[in-house]
Each structure stands twice: as C-alpha cells, then as structure tokens.
Design a binder for this molecule. Sequence first.
Ligand code: GLN
Ligand code: ZN
Length: 759
Amino acid sequence: MSIVTNLGFPRIGAKRELKRALEAYWRGESGAEQLQAVARELRHRHWQLQKAAGADIVPCNDFSLYDHVLDTAFWLDAIPDAYRKLADRDPLAGYFALARGAQKDGIDLRALEMTKWFDTNYHYLVPELHARQSFRLRGDKPVVEFLEAKALGYDARPVLLGPVSFLLLSKATDGSDRLALLDRLLPVYAELLAKLKAAGADWAQIDEPCLVLDQDNDDHAAYRKAYDALAGADRPKLLLTTYFGALGDNLALVASLPVDGLHVDLVRAPEQLEAVLDALQPAQVLSLGLVDGRNVWRTDLDRALALAQFARARIGSERLQTAPSCWLLHVPIDVTLETALPPDLHAWLAFARQKVEELRVLADALNGLVSTRSTLEVARDRLDTRRRSKKVHRPEVAARLAGLDAAATKRTSAYEQRRDTQQLRLGLPPFPTTTIGSFPQTHEVREARARNKSGRLSDADYDRFIAVETEKCVRFQEQIGIDVLVHGEFERNDMVEYFGEQLDGFAFTRLGWVQSYGSRCVKPPIIFGDVQRPAPMTVRWSQYAQSLTDRPMKGMLTGPVTVLQWSFVRDDQPRAATCRQIALALRDEVRDLEAAGIGVIQIDEPALREGLPLRRADWRTYLDWAVECFRISAAGVADGTQIHTHMCYSEFNDIIDSVAAMDADVISIETSRSRMELLDAFVKFRYPSGIGPGVYDIHSPRVPDVAEMVGLLEKAREVLQSEQIWVNPDCGLKTRGWPETQAALVAMVSAARAMRSWN
Ligand code: GLN
Ligand code: ZN
C-alpha cells in the first residue's frame, strides 16, 4: 500500500493566530505561557486537519515560532556568544533576540541577517558560525513536538534540516570554511536522532534542499561524510528530502548515500522520475512529490497518477509514498474559507488542506480503490472548465502580443540622444534630487482606506482625502526643493495589489495568507487568466499631482517581473508568457501617462533579482525574457520621456549586463548600507545612463546628516561621471514617519546642493 505523507504545513494559522499571539507577546501584552498555548493549539489543529484530509503520516517539528532554520541553529546551540547569556536565562527571549534583535535592560543585540529561502518568498534567518564554533543539543524541540503528536495519537515524522544544507545556508562570520565544521556537527545530529528513536520515531525526514542547487566536489564530499556517519548511528530510518527542482548532476551522489528513502520534486522536475527510479537502491522508499507545494492550483490528477503508476510499475506500491513537491508552507491553508471568490475560480484552487486531499486520492487510486474513479472524474471536469474558460483565455491578448515586433522593445534613439532631448525638456540641475515614490503611509491614510473599503467612508470623501494628502506631499517637496517630484502613492495599499485589482486576470483571496518571515505574512494575488488592462490605472492621480506643480512629476508603476514574482501565477502557461501579458498592460499605461503630460515615468523592478533560477545554467533564459518584458513596458514612449527604474538591493555584479539591457534612462538602487561599494558593478561595466545610488537607508528611522550623504556622493563621483548621478533615498518612504522623512530629505537636498556648488 502506498501511503500519504506531508513534508511540512503552514504554521501561521488560517486566521493568522500565530501572528497575533506573537505580536501580543512582543508588545508585552501576554506571557510565554499564552504564546506557547496558541502554538500548541495550532499544531494540534493542523495535525488533526491533515489527518482528516487523508494523511497517513503527518510532519512534526515543522512548526516554528519564527523560523525553522533559526530553530535548527538554536537546538544545535549554534548561536553567537553575545546572545548566550540571555538564551540561558530565558530561552524564548534569546530566541527572539536572534530573530528580531533586543534592546532593553542594558541589552543591545541586533537581529541575525535574513535572506530568501531558495526561490520562495519565505525568508529565513542566516545562522552565524565561525571557525571555532562548537555544537551541542540545546533543548530538544524536535523530540518534544514528536512526543506531543504521539501522545495525541498521530503517526508523526519529525522534520529536520539536514546537516549539510544547514551549513551551506549559514554564513561564517570569519570567512572560514563552513563545511569544515561538519565533524563537530554530526555527533549532535546523531545524538538527536538517537533521542527521536528512543521516543518512538520510526522515520525522520531530513531535508537537504541544497541538493537541487549547483554543488561542487567539496559539497558532495560533505554529503557523503555526513550520511556515512549518520548511517551507523542508532536512529530512525531517514528520508532524504529534496525539493524546488531536479537533482540533476547531484543524483548519482544522492543515489549512493546510505539513507532509507528519498523524496523528489516531481512538480518542478517530473522528467527526473525515470533516472531516480534507475538510481534508487533496492530497499529504499521513494516519496513522490506530486502535488505543487508552491502554487494554489488543483493538481492534474491524471498526470500525477500517470507518474505514480510509472513508479509503481518499476518498484511496486509498498515502497511508494505520495507527497507534496515541498513543504506546504508556501500556500494558504484552506480554500473552503474563501467565500468571495468567483465559483469557477474557487473550483480550480487547492490550498494546503485540499492538497493533502488530492494526495489521498492519488494514493487510493494507486492502491486500486475503485471509489476514486468518480473523484478523478470531478477533477478532470474542473480542469476542463479551466482549460476552456473565457475568463482565462482571451484571444485578443494573445493576438496583441503576437502583433508586437522587435521594434516594440526598442526606444527610438540611443541613450545619449535621449538624454539630450530629455535634458532640454526637463532642465534639471546637476545632481538632481528625487524620491522612490511612496511617502509615509500614516495611520490616517490606512484608516481612511479601511473605512472606504468597509463602506464607512464614501468614495468621494476618500478621493478628497487622498487629494489633500497628495497636495500636501507635493507642496512639501516643492518647498524643500526636490527636483523631480512624486505624488506619494497614498492611494495604494500595496505595490502589486493596487495594479492587480485594476487588471483583468487577477483575483484576491480573503485569507490567503502566506508567511513571509516571522509574524509577517503576505496575501499574494492569484493570476488566473490572460492579463489585460480595461482602463488606465494611475493616470488620474499622476495627472492630478502634475497639475499642482510646474516641476516634473514622476509617474509610478510596478514592473512586470515584480508583479509576476509577488503573485501566485498560472501553471498552464510558462511564467514568461504571463509576464509578457503584464508587460503589455503596463506598456499601455506608460503611454497613457505620457499622453497625459507625464514626462518622467518610473517602473519599479525590485523583484527582478529574486526571480533568478536556482541553477546558473537557467539564468540566461530568465534574464532574457525578464529584460524583454521590462522593455515591452517601457519602450513605447518618445525620446523626451524619461524612464526610471528602481531596484532596492545591491548585488549587481552577476546581472549587470541584463540591468543595462533594460535600457532605462535612470536607475535608483540601494547603496547606503554598503557605502557605495555596490557601484563597482556599474563602474566596471561602464554603465552609461543615470544612476541614483541611495544616499540614505530608509529601513531605519535614523536621520543621516548632510556630511554623511555628501561623503557618499563624493564616493560615487569618484567612480561615476557627475552627469550620471542622481540623489535619492534607497527605497520608498511608506514605512517611515513624517518627522524623520522631513529631516532626512531636507538634509538630502542640502547634500545635493553642496555637490553642485563644488562641481
Ligand atoms: N515605488 C515604490 C515605493 O516607493 C517602490 C517600493 C520598492 O521598491 N519596494 O514604495
Ligand atoms: Zn525599493
């Protein structure tokens, strides 16, 4: 009999109960007891839910109060010395100090760095290690959570982050070789595994997601050493778990490791099944990742079943498990809670609970249960309506895209010529100042939006309110002497949602929350159909703002790659195809802004880098279509219209040619935290057009003084042409308050003026 398993469940709670409990605890409004009670309750509810949905084995230790990588560092005692005293005295306080920093009672600890978990929008805390790092068991969370599940009668499989991925995902603060720590790390894993076995665990799921990345010989040697060492330990059986892609050139190594089972992702990489079956050892279990843990669509069960049957024909059903492709952490919990979605779309969606139900159907079908036939038929029907839906397929979108030729992605003239035309039109001073778009989204702004949404504030009154805020913002910028103004984005809830709400092909959930990090969740839009723009989206507010001033007003759009990247996307066509549709809708918007007299238009692409595929070999293809999409959006304007883009990160070295190929007239980037070293990539590349290296960090309320910003600009001027340099903060100001925004921007304008007078 094949069994149904799951690899990991969302922990935040369908109504974000964990978020509320965490934040109440952090504010000091509740105690550790209360927080732990909510956590326990969520674990129980989620095990119960998975069991009821048909799981034979549920995961445990997938729960986390903040982040499972931090949990791992914590139980391994891989925590920097500075936190140790606090963690010894009060483990929970120590844990949250690592997650969020701590500043009270004479303690001043910064948070660990946070970074993206592979190519997801989940962020993990990067453990910090050093050459003399030692490890030991600190607490035994994995054992406790296993026992908790067992006591409730669940067949639970503890989930552990594997030792090699743990090291590879950490950073060595002294630049030493992380993998050299493996010898010291393995005994602690062995000790924990022995405890799990003693507690009654038959199996442990040991995640090594780094096995889908490019791994070199040293990495391979580390896996070999680790699993050889653990093979001899007194331990549960090990399911070596990989996800987010194909094993590819790591397969031969993986197949030779002495583990009891292997999980592979057959959603991202169905083509690897045959090679995996060829390589599987005789007694090993194979966990088939058949249901997409990264997206919200119902599975094509016929296709998934065909894969499973192929595997069964080779190794029989006893050794097979059906599973999601990866943890279900990346999808919302339960689509039945969505009462406001159009019924057709609702029927096409599967969230975590529905995904477990699908796995049940697949396992039952595999086990020959006749009753699955009707279920499979229903699924087939749903898929069929989706394939034929007129809301999904709009021939006019395809026709317009097919009609775009190469010229559509090219500006009329080369940059140098455009620059002169734009300068004649805009007449900007050297070192022109601008901002990235948003101004403080104060409590009043959010409140007005909420009241408007719930009907307590009429549309007309809301519009009047936004108009007043916009005017205040424009006057403020004029008064302090900013050169290229923005309208402030007060009308926007979120930089993707605002556009998605106005485009065909997008839908929004009520409770479709996904954890981004800690207590922070996002509710990504669902792109379900061909995207088109029924009407202009931003022209009205930009035009209004421009009408208030003689200075250039910058139009503000979210770029196609970023909209794509921060949404759940269609799985029935390539990402690139969806991105081109968004790009085309934005192109229309850009042209409408131009026609309305807006001479400067910024198309933000903060997520361009995040879209990079996990394997280097796939980068070129991605970057090519991503750049093409940006250019489709941007290139429909005349020479005199200045196109800006914005990317709030700092690593450009490996993508600079693509960034240059976007052919924006001006790019603003983050550099303030890295003291302008990040300009290196632009300098080496001889990046020709305008660059606004962020002169101050908007992520903190700290106000830098004029001298500090001048210092940064001087550094920029040493390596760039003066004519290239723009002066701006390093991202939008929406999370800041007005007092620090005012002070910082006044200082920024003074810094620009100082540069002008010396040059
Ligand atoms: N224009 C957006 C803003 O200012 C850009 C935000 C971002 O880069 N993340 O808020
Ligand atoms: Zn930004």
